[in-house]
Design a protein around this ligand. Structure first.
Ligand code: ZN
Length: 140
């Protein structure tokens, strides 16, 4: 007899189907969606033929609907704003990751720096975030 286990997505307890004893997701709609998403992600990562097929069908769709995304972005400014924010976050994270690689000396040595406050919270003046920008010789 199969025992109850907790769903990978929603963590609720469920009884796996006797026909699929290694079932990880319960039967709720959201969890089945998540299961499909997981499956697709794995497939895209590991199955080159599947990936090529998906990309080809995406490309064909784009060619059939060349204005879809431009129109979508026009009709959904909130979507555009959120995406832009997410992109900025990704860029900031990758900048931080790159800074971690730099040796502390090479980062702080040599030269004049300009400190530019990027956020100054008036209610909390002891917290000021600043960007340090190196000024190249000759223009400082
Ligand atoms: Zn679930």
């Amino acid at each position: 007899m199969s025992q109850k286990r907790s769903c990978k997505e929603c963590q609720r307890l469920f009884t796996p189907s006797p026909r699929r004893p290694d079932q990880r997701h319960c039967s709720r709609k959201e969890c089945q969606k998540a299961r499909k998403r997981d499956w697709q992600r794995e497939k895209m990562k590991n199955d080159e033929a599947y990936r090529a097929k998906q990309q080809a069908s995406k490309k064909a769709w784009r060619e059939k609907n060349p204005d879809y995304w431009a129109k979508y972005r026009q009709d959904h400014p909130e979507y555009v704003r959120r995406n832009r924010e997410k992109q900025r976050e990704r860029e900031a994270r990758s900048r931080i990751a790159k800074m971690d690689v730099l040796e502390p000396q090479s980062f702080f040595e040599s030269g004049t720096y300009r400190i530019i406050p990027v956020r100054c919270d008036l209610a909390n003046m002891d917290v000021i975030l600043a960007r340090i920008e190196a000024v190249s010789p000759g223009c400082g």
